[in-house]
Design a protein around this ligand. Sequence first.
Ligand SMILES: [Zn+2]
Length: 182
Amino acid sequence: MNTHSSWLLRASVTLVLATASVTATASPAAAAAGDSFWTTTPSLLGTPVVYVEEHVGARFDSALRSSISFVDRYTGSDMRLGRCRTGYRCIRVVESNATQGYGAWTSWTFGRKTSKIRLSGALSRKGWYTRRSIIDHELGHANGAPHNSRCTSRMWPDDRCRNNRLPARTFTKAERVKLARW
Ligand SMILES: [Zn+2]
């Protein structure tokens, strides 16, 4: 009955291992399971520069640019719009309806070296502030933030709080710690 229920945002965690790939739906438990991998990430990076390869229309462009500078402040990353290149982390942003019924969907490979954010066609019809809020959330996932069980940050897993407002445009202290590792 709640039209927002179909807008829950989830991330899938794809851990690409040497001989097998494991896919799990992100949840507090799944995020905790990923902790052991996070500590190994800096060796995969070596540079704060992250390329954001944009394959979305003008409908998303200005919201994406705003989200990039917002999330950069917490990660210490230097996200730049441009083609992904060898030796740098990469976030591909595509318009796709393969979002498991949600407004958007983020997946990533080992160490989040390459992340993919899918933004649905339905999301493109939402208002600018909602689009930006959801892109903030997905970029948070792409940079290591799990869901927040309270509506006190952008990592709340729905597009609106229970009071129908957008989640606050911030990250919690715990989320900041995780984002700062990326
Ligand atoms: Zn999410």
